[in-house]
Design a protein around this ligand. Structure first.
Ligand SMILES: [Zn+2]
Length: 787
């Protein structure tokens, strides 16, 4: 039900026109009912309302990693807080690991083709899918934590409904326990975000443990339970809560995790603990586990176990990694005076890149994002090299390995920096500003890609950013035929061009707003305000759209409509340019000394039928005021009734002198001005500002920026006049390629016509409403005088 609503509003905005068939009244209309109606949970300003609420789920988890059998076994106690105004009779939990299960996998809907060359893994996987492949969450027990009584549950692919033993009323909590286990999948064979990577050279594993525990769905004011299936694409919608997690792993493993470790003293050697203490005030990353130690551990493979204990508060998810291959380094970053431990975990394969860059990229990212959003609120931020790119609170998995000799290409280096900045940046979107990723990919990927771009630009002025910022980089996508495009406001599962739609186009749009449409000051303030308002809450698209306008004073509905709800590209053309010079010596007499006077003799309105007047006149109960009080009657009262003779003479009346020739000073003012009339047309459909570059005869250039609102009264054609001090030789539209114009061949005008002349005169001040002719009262007076 909720999905239908959500999908509809994307479609509606695109297709329903306010003024169909007209050249105006469509693109600049307010979004109105396309946005959800504001209420006391979410206000019209885009801020959370006075009765805003959200649910909470706290987890206490114990688990054990069985490296020999590649299995994870866990038990968890969940405390669920019903902060909603509604009574609940069941809870929905996510079993994301069922993504890999051939019997509980929601991902049947994907089409597939048979390529000419096929990896043997793919054939094995296809074969396994024909029977139960044994993957997915095995639920062994669910019980009420207070009474110990078993709870009924139903699994629907990747979703599980747990029946509450009694109604959970507003303000109440419910504590329950789940025991589970699953077979850990080979991430390189089965895909997905969590799993293991096997290193045949040294016989070791690197585990990335993610989407690993049964966890609560979001129950919200805007859609009730978010229980759409996990197909592997649309990411996650999660509830905030506090976590305590104890993971028992092989004794020689190093664990990196969401949260802060509570027992380093037990799991680290005294030397490592001393290094960790030293790292807390270091200016450079310090190795807590060195490369030599990691290499040594790779060979020994301990059979004993150790338990690491982590705690994390106010997080929406929890992930961790475990391997004996890890080198581990750390240094603090100061974010607005608060110390954040930045740490990295990586194998020898990535040492040449990660040792130098990873922890510093983490520090740069949280500092930069803190400037554009809110100060990073968590105590740690970590980057793990796991040959992928995936984000979790305080920890993320990235790529970037060197050649055997330690060398690397430029592409790998910048790819690594890009992915670390991106995944660490996800701490802000969606880990803290906690949007619903399963519904709206752009709200996390788009916003995050945009700040990633800003952060990369601050890393190095020559950072080779691809997409995610400059408008011209989205042009090839905007040019695609309509059946390969969908609005940014589309459900995650329904997107064809996932990269450009969810990442690049929204990020580019925000950069256009910042650089081209709003300016940095207005944009940055509003964007920060959005982050501030929705930190540790669940924002929806309307909350973003509304806040950006509310905090900046810019009406951006036209932009949301065109860029987020539509697929039209920008293609503005210069159709022609006219060139004028002023003629300051024009003979003003040509402008007409006299005109033939209008025939003013007919009383006003006397020709117009008026049923209301007729009926009033016939109504004997009505007495008109000018009959009650005859002093109200004047010349025109009599005149309208034919009591004054009607004069049919045509008068030659002099035009009052509203114009006079220019004086020398004024002539000088216009003599050296050049006037250009430029005719623009909107061929693409998307409205955008007009950015006009002038090249003068002397070779200099100048740029005029006209806001997009210039298209308000005609969304297809616009004419604009410009006054210049120098003669122009050519005109160019969008010289910095800021509007993603898909056809730049119509953006220039290089042949100037010879100048046409227009007349300039000086206007005398006129009083509004003052007649410029002769009125019937004056005429009647003149008649009396005998003229
Ligand atoms: Zn991302």
């Amino acid at each position: 039900m909720t999905a239908v609503t959500a999908l509809c509003y994307g479609v509606k905005a695109q297709n329903i026109q306010n003024n169909p068939g007209s050249n105006h009244g469509n693109k600049f209309e307010q979004l109105g009912t396309i946005l959800p109606t504001p209420n006391e949970y979410r206000t019209a300003s885009g801020a959370p309302g006075p009765k805003y609420w959200q649910q909470r789920a706290d987890y206490d988890i114990k688990c054990e990693l069985d490296e020999t059998n590649l299995k994870l076994t866990g038990s968890e106690t969940i405390t669920y807080w019903n902060n909603s105004p509604n009574t609940l009779t069941y809870l929905w939990l996510q079993l994301d690991e069922n993504q890999h299960s051939s019997v509980n996998n929601a991902n049947y809907q994907s089409s597939s083709t048979l390529p000419r060359q096929l990896n043997i893994n793919a054939i094995e996987r296809a074969e396994e899918m024909r029977t139960d492949n044994g993957y997915g969450h095995q639920i062994t027990k669910i019980s009420d934590a207070t009474t110990g009584k078993a709870l009924k549950y139903t699994i629907n692919k990747t979703m599980m409904r747990v029946e509450l033993p009694s109604e959970l009323k507003p303000g109440q909590q419910f504590k329950f326990a789940i025991s589970w286990n699953y077979k850990i999948a080979d991430r390189f064979k089965y895909g997905g975000r969590g799993g293991y990577e096997y290193f045949p050279e040294d016989g070791n594993y690197l585990f990335t443990i993610a989407q690993w525990y049964p966890r609560l769905c979001v129950y919200s004011d805007f859609q009730g339970w978010q229980n759409h299936q996990f197909t592997g694409r649309g990411e996650f919608a999660l509830t905030f809560g506090n976590f305590k997690v104890q993971m028992t792993v092989p004794a020689d493993h190093v664990v990196g995790s969401t949260g802060e470790c509570q027992n380093y003293a037990q799991v680290l050697t005294p030397t490592q603990l001393a290094r960790y203490t030293k790292a807390q005030s270091s200016k450079e990353p310090i190795e807590i586990v060195t490369l030599e130690e990691a290499k040594k551990a790779e060979g020994s493979k301990s059979k004993s176990k150790k338990t690491w204990i982590f705690k994390a508060n106010n997080v929406r998810d929890f992930a961790w990694t475990s391997s004996r291959k890890f080198v581990w380094d750390a240094m603090p970053a100061l974010v607005e005076g608060k110390k954040v431990m930045c740490m990295s975990f990586y194998g020898k394969e990535a040492y040449g890149l990660y040792r130098k860059y990873s922890t510093k990229a983490v520090a740069h990212t949280i500092k930069s994002y803190s400037k554009f959003t809110i100060p990073y609120p968590y105590p740690v931020a970590q980057s793990v090299e796991a040959s992928n790119g995936m984000e979790y609170p305080m920890i993320c998995f990235n790529y970037g390995r060197t050649e055997k000799d330690g060398s690397y290409s430029e592409a790998i280096k910048y790819g690594m920096l890009g992915v670390i900045i991106h995944e660490v940046g996800h701490n802000f979107f969606p880990m803290i500003i906690n949007s619903d990723e399963r519904q709206w990919s752009w709200m996390d990927e788009g916003l995050n890609s945009f700040v990633e771009y800003l952060t990369e630009e601050l890393w190095d002025n020559k950072f080779p950013v691809r997409g995610k910022g400059p408008a011209w980089a989205i042009v090839d996508y905007m040019k695609l035929p309509k059946d390969q495009l969908e609005p940014i406001m589309s459900n995650s599962e329904n997107i064809v061009g996932f990269g450009p739609n969810a990442y690049t186009k929204p990020a580019t749009g925000l950069n256009m707003l910042r650089e081209t449409i709003m300016g940095r000051e207005l944009f940055d303030y509003a964007f920060r305000e959005y982050a501030r308002r929705w930190a540790f809450k669940h924002p929806e698209p309307a909350d973003f759209f509304r806040t950006m306008e509310d905090a900046s004073g810019e009406d951006l509905d036209w932009f949301w409509r065109g860029w987020f709800y539509g697929t039209d590209p920008c293609d503005i053309a210069i159709d022609s340019v006219k060139y004028y010079k002023a003629d300051a010596n024009a003979n003003l007499r040509q402008m007409g000394d006299t005109v033939i006077a209008r025939k003013l003799d007919r009383p006003m309105g006397s020709n117009n039928p008026d049923v209301s007047k007729d009926r009033n006149r016939e109504d004997k109960n009505i007495q008109f005021y000018t009959d009650q009080d005859t002093t109200l009657r004047d010349f025109y009262w009599r005149y309208a009734r034919g009591m004054e003779p009607i004069d049919t003479t045509t008068y030659q009346v002099p035009i009052p002198a509203f114009a006079e020739p220019l004086d020398e000073e004024d002539k000088a003012k216009v003599a050296n001005k050049f006037f250009y009339e430029v005719f623009f047309s909107n061929k693409g459909g998307l409205v955008m500002p007009l950015i006009v570059e002038w090249t003068y005869k002397d070779g200099t250039k100048e740029v005029d920026r006209i806001p997009a609102q210039v298209w308000r009264l005609n969304e297809q054609r616009v004419t604009k006049t410009f006054v210049k001090d120098k003669e122009v030789v050519s005109v160019k539209l969008d010289p910095m390629r800021e509007t993603a114009d898909i056809d730049e061949s119509n953006n220039t005008w290089g042949t100037m016509p010879p100048p046409s002349k227009f007349t300039v005169f000086k206007q005398k001040q006129q009083v509004r409403g003052q007649s410029t002719g002769i009125n019937p009262m004056q005429k009647a007076e003149e008649k009396k005088k005998g003229f």
